[in-house]
Design a protein. Structure first.
Ligand SMILES: Nc1ncnc2c1ncn2[C@@H]1O[C@H](COP(=O)(O)OP(=O)(O)OP(=O)(O)O)[C@@H](O)[C@H]1O
Ligand SMILES: [Mg+2]
Length: 287
C-alpha cells in the first residue's frame, strides 16, 4: 500500500452503542441498542422517529452529556468522554441569559471558557469580531443590543445558534431546535441553518419529530424505532444538495415522506392504533 494513501476518518463514528439507564425497572427495553452510524465531515444528518426512540439520548451521548453503556463513540477518531469545544449543542428551548444583550449572549460562552486572569485584550477583540460576523450571518446585527425578552422566539433561537457557533465547533448537535416555532418561522429557520451549514462547514446532527423537516434538511435521514431504541434504516435523500422550498412539492419528496411516515407508524405500534380507530369508526357508523 502506498504511504500516500489517506484514509478519511469519519467526523463522528458510533459503533455498537447501547444505553441502559441506571434505575430503569427490570424488563425495560434499552434506551438504545446496537446503534451504528458513521457521519462524514460537513454532512447534515437528521434523526427522526417516534417519541421515546432514543433520539435525545443519542445526541446527549454525542455531546458528552450522557455516558453510553456499551460500544464506542468517536469524534475525529478520538473517544468522546465528556463535553468538548469540538461539539456544541442547541436545545429546543432558547436558553439565553435574560440579563445579557444579544451581543453579550453570543460572546459570553466563549469568554467564560478563558480563565479571567488569562483574558487578554486580543481575546476580547477576537471574540467581538467573531460575534459581529455571526450576528450578520443570522441577520440580527440590528438588534445586537436588545435583550432576549425583546425578541421573538425565532430570533432568540437564532441567537442561541450563533452562541453555539461562537467557538467554531466542528459538530453542531441540535435537539428539535425549531420545535416551539410556528410553521412559517420554521421554514425561514430551515433555509438559515442550511446557509450556516454551507458557510461554516460544520457537521450537523439534527433531531426532529417532523418528517418534512428531516427530509428538507438532511443529506441522510436516520430513522429510529423505539423499545429498544434502535436505527430502523438510513435513507439517502434524493434531492439536490442546494435545497429550495418548492422541492417539498416534488414527487421524490412526497414519496420519501410517505415511506418514512409508514415506517414510523409500523415500528412504533401506531399502525395498530390507527387500525383500531378505523374499526371503531366503522362500527359506530354501522350503529
Ligand atoms: N434520565 C433518564 N432516566 C431514565 N430513563 C430515561 C432518561 N432519559 C430518557 N430515558 C428513557 O429513554 C428512552 C429514550 O428517551 P429519549 O428522550 O432519548 O427519546 P426521544 O426519542 O428523544 O423522545 P422525544 O421524541 O419524546 O423527545 C425513553 O424510554 C425514556 O423514558
Ligand atoms: Mg427527545
Amino acid at each position: 500500500m502506498s504511504n500516500h494513501s489517506v484514509i478519511a476518518v469519519p467526523k463522528v463514528q458510533i459503533n455498537h452503542v447501547g444505553k441502559v439507564f441506571a434505575g430503569a425497572p427490570a424488563g425495560t427495553p434499552p434506551a438504545l441498542q446496537d446503534i451504528n452510524l458513521s457521519i462524514s465531515d460537513n454532512e447534515f444528518v437528521t434523526l427522526v422517529g417516534a417519541s421515546g426512540c432514543g433520539k435525545s439520548t443519542l445526541l446527549r451521548i454525542l455531546a458528552g452529556l450522557e455516558h453510553h453503556s456499551s460500544g464506542e463513540v468517536l469524534c475525529n477518531g478520538q473517544a468522546i468522554t465528556g463535553p468538548g469545544a469540538d461539539r456544541a449543542m442547541v436545545f429546543q428551548h432558547y436558553s439565553l441569559y435574560p440579563w445579557l444583550t444579544v451581543m453579550e449572549n453570543i460572546k459570553f460562552s466563549r469568554l467564560l471558557r478563558i480563565k479571567r486572569e488569562n483574558l487578554t485584550s486580543s481575546d476580547v477583540e477576537a471574540a467581538s469580531g467573531r460575534a459581529d460576523a455571526l450576528l450578520n450571518l443570522i441577520g440580527l446585527a440590528k438588534v445586537a443590543h436588545a435583550y432576549p425578552s425583546q425578541l421573538s422566539g425565532g430570533m432568540q433561537q437564532r441567537v442561541a445558534i450563533a452562541r453555539a457557533l461562537m467557538g467554531r465547533p466542528q459538530v453542531l448537535l441540535m435537539d428539535e431546535p425549531f420545535g416551539a416555532l410556528d410553521a412559517q418561522t420554521r421554514e425561514v429557520m430551515h433555509d438559515l441553518i442550511l446557509h450556516i451549514h454551507r458557510i461554516e462547514k460544520t457537521t450537523i446532527v439534527f433531531v426532529t419529530h417532523d418528517v418534512d423537516e428531516a427530509i428538507y434538511l438532511g443529506q441522510r435521514v436516520v430513522l429510529m424505532a423505539p423499545r429498544p431504541g434502535r436505527v430502523d434504516r438510513i435513507q439517502l435523500v434524493p434531492l439536490p444538495t442546494r435545497r429550495r422550498q418548492d422541492m417539498k412539492h416534488s414527487a421524490a419528496f412526497r414519496e420519501l415522506r410517505a415511506e418514512i411516515l409508514a415506517s414510523i407508524r409500523e415500528s412504533s405500534g401506531m399502525a395498530t392504533d390507527l387500525d383500531l380507530l378505523e374499526k371503531l369508526s366503522q362500527q359506530s357508523e354501522a350503529i
